[in-house]
Design a protein around this ligand. Structure first.
Ligand SMILES: [Zn+2]
Length: 93
């Protein structure tokens, strides 16, 4: 049952990430650490054969109009990126 659940998460994530791009991250996964708004994610890198996003290859960003003033410090964002990677089913390569 757990395996099926994981597969569903990956499929949904991939469709949104690779074919739509600009994928909204559910707020229960993560919100912007700087303004609390909804985040978006694009996959910049993925496994060639499976199409599964790879860790370190996700671009997580905020679209709030205040985001121009965001600092994107890794200390603030790393845990957010980790959560997004987990949500997308990103794999280590
Ligand atoms: Zn923000």
């Amino acid at each position: 049952m757990e395996a099926k659940k994981n597969a569903d998460v990956k499929r949904v994530g991939l469709n949104d990430l690779l074919y739509g791009g600009n994928c909204p991250v559910p707020k229960y996964i993560a919100v912007c650490p700087e303004c609390g708004d909804k985040l978006h994610v694009d996959a910049m890198e993925w496994e060639t054969e499976s199409g599964v996003p790879t860790t370190g290859g996700l671009y997580v960003y905020c679209k709030n109009k205040e985001q121009d003033s965001h600092m994107y410090w890794q200390s603030d964002w790393q845990s957010i990126i980790n959560a997004a990677e987990k949500w997308c089913g990103a794999v280590d390569v």
